[in-house]
Design a protein around this ligand. Sequence first.
Ligand SMILES: *[C@@H]1O[C@H](CO)[C@@H](O)[C@H](O)[C@H]1NC(C)=O
Ligand SMILES: *[C@@H]1O[C@H](CO)[C@@H](O)[C@H](O)[C@H]1NC(C)=O
Ligand SMILES: *[C@@H]1O[C@H](CO)[C@@H](O)[C@H](O)[C@H]1NC(C)=O
Ligand SMILES: *[C@@H]1O[C@H](CO)[C@@H](O)[C@H](O)[C@H]1NC(C)=O
Ligand SMILES: *[C@@H]1O[C@H](CO)[C@@H](O)[C@H](O)[C@H]1NC(C)=O
Length: 397
Amino acid sequence: MTGSFRKMAGGGGCVAVLAACLVALATGAEIHRNERGKTMIPGNSVINLGQQTNTWRPLAKTTANLTDVRSIKSTFEFRTFDPEGVVFYGDNHSGDEWFILALHGGVPEIQIYKADILVSVTGGPRLDDGQWHLMEVSTEGKFVLLEVDGSKALTVGLHSQKVKEVITGQLRLALGGILIDSSRLLVPLRPEMDGCVRAGSWLDLTEPWEMVEGGAELRPCLEAIQRGSYFPGSGFAVFNVSALRIEAPKGGVDIVLGGDFAQMNGTLLSLRGGDHALALSLEINNHSQTMLLTYGKTEITTSTITDKLRLIFRERFFAVSYDGDYIIDSATDQTVEQSIWREGQLAIGGLLGEEEDAVGSNFLVGCLEKVVVQGKQLDMDLSDKDVSISSHSCPVR
Ligand SMILES: *[C@@H]1O[C@H](CO)[C@@H](O)[C@H](O)[C@H]1NC(C)=O
Ligand SMILES: *[C@@H]1O[C@H](CO)[C@@H](O)[C@H](O)[C@H]1NC(C)=O
Ligand SMILES: *[C@@H]1O[C@H](CO)[C@@H](O)[C@H](O)[C@H]1NC(C)=O
Ligand SMILES: *[C@@H]1O[C@H](CO)[C@@H](O)[C@H](O)[C@H]1NC(C)=O
Ligand SMILES: *[C@@H]1O[C@H](CO)[C@@H](O)[C@H](O)[C@H]1NC(C)=O
């Protein structure tokens, strides 16, 4: 690591996590703008793949002439806690032939389209462990190989009579997204990848990469991360409850929240029913080290001395518990409750208003390690979320 952090254009995300920025990994490499005002970075830079505004659009891309390709091997280091998303894409300019390396269920997945063949292969070690892994993608004759940390992870063999070897034309590479329509994939994917790459060597090309977003929202890759969803205080994540497919609401709904609540500030969670009226909110006040739960006309204040809260919704009953103790326990209006699970909305990190947008600005600052609804961890990538939120990683204090 070099001494100084280079602030790439804008750096809005950096301001929000200022302390963490000081330990951000830096490359010390040349960052400049090209004639179209796009930020250009070397291929071996540290690149955070997690800040797209358009989910399929890559973060960085580069183009090369096939005549300049001297190597059929790309190597890079990769780190993530995110089990699903696009890592790396390559094609022959027109998109006639393409390659995707993604993570799916935490393990590598390759999809290739060549001539009349569309193929996918998934397997190898889980990579969503927050450790840096050395990745190598290469071509050997009719085979595409993926090695992880020096061991063979996946091999894809493909052969078609229709393949004609072309040695002119252009090749495009992209990180964190793809350059073809997502409907062309054999296996559907959620593209967002909250992960980082560094030390990339891409087909031995020396051309710099162009940041697709113009570099406006570059987020640093922090040296130390932990599992969780990080809310820097500038937005929230909204889920349509119907999309969560909460089974049998009559049997009740449980929501478990985990994290170091004493280190957070702002709205943890809010719920509203189909009528758009706020049904419940839970807010943390870092100054007084209290949590305020508002439910209907009831307001309950409790201390933040816990790292796990369970919200228990039953037909005529609502309770909050931590460590087996009940904080509150009250009778509720069952009609409001039923409409929440059918057509309501659940927000993490902010307050839902009567309008579509959040009211106020008491957005959560902090790391939510766990949000479990009906026994299933909520993936922030499935919500309408502010781009500032890291779905799968938090800075370590
Ligand atoms: C590719 O070749 C074309 C024409 O030969 C040239 O204009 C272009 O600059 C080359 N591109 C790269 C990235 O080398
Ligand atoms: C696409 O690029 C690869 C080099 O990575 C080359 O071997 C292949 O022949 C190209 N195919 C077409 C159709 O241009
Ligand atoms: C909450 O308070 C603690 C202790 O005063 C402090 O270290 C922490 O940075 C605060 N967090 C937020 C999000 O305000
Ligand atoms: C917590 O959030 C409130 C509301 O945004 C803000 O007024 C207060 O300064 C924050 N407190 C801390 C300790 O960050
Ligand atoms: C929630 O529903 C609204 C209205 O149907 C839709 O516009 C929005 O995209 C949905 N959000 C998510 C995260 O599914």
